[in-house]
Design a protein around this ligand. Structure first.
Ligand code: FES
Length: 157
């Protein structure tokens, strides 16, 4: 159950939206930040706040790749696996990430720090290969730069 203060914040966000659906992503992201991922309980809470059915929230949640319906690590890495990045060897970067983290795509490191997910174009095609860690985008990746970023992100955690 969410704290009363968060509930009031989210109710205010919904009240300020022209339609409840407009606030859906904000509500889901806030609930996700509270629980660590969008739990079934959070889906129910979002539905009640938005005046939608749990199924409608589920449909929205599974559409957005930054909303997680399964537990994730402390930081989620989205690595681009799309056409422009293919041309600059994102496959090599993905392989490097898998090896370095000891996980496959869709998996979380043993220490719970990182979850590695492939994603479609991140809009950084000119700076590929690209990835993001949490909300921070990184481009022109090399294996060496990936190592530096992972270390830096671990320090920041
Ligand atoms: S294809 Fe990778 S950022 Fe666009």
């Amino acid at each position: 159950m969410i704290p009363e203060s968060l509930k009031k914040t989210l109710e205010a966000r919904v009240a300020s939206a022209i339609t409840a659906r407009e606030a859906a992503v904000d509500v889901m992201k806030e609930l996700q930040a509270h629980y660590g991922w969008l739990t079934d309980e959070a889906v129910g809470e979002a539905a009640s706040l938005l005046g939608l059915s749990p199924l409608q929230v589920e449909e929205l949640a599974t559409f957005y790749e930054m909303i997680y319906r399964r537990p994730v690590g402390k930081k989620v890495i989205h690595v681009c696996d799309s056409i422009s990045c293919w041309c600059v060897d994102c496959e090599g970067i993905i392989e490097h990430l898998k090896k370095k983290l000891g996980v496959g795509l869709g998996e979380t490191t043993a220490d719970g720090m990182f979850t590695l997910l492939p994603c479609c174009c991140m809009g950084m095609c000119g700076d590929g290969p690209a990835m993001s860690v949490g909300d921070v985008p990184y481009g022109k990746l090399t294996p060496e730069l990936v190592d530096e970023i992972l270390e830096m992100e671990r320090q920041k955690a």
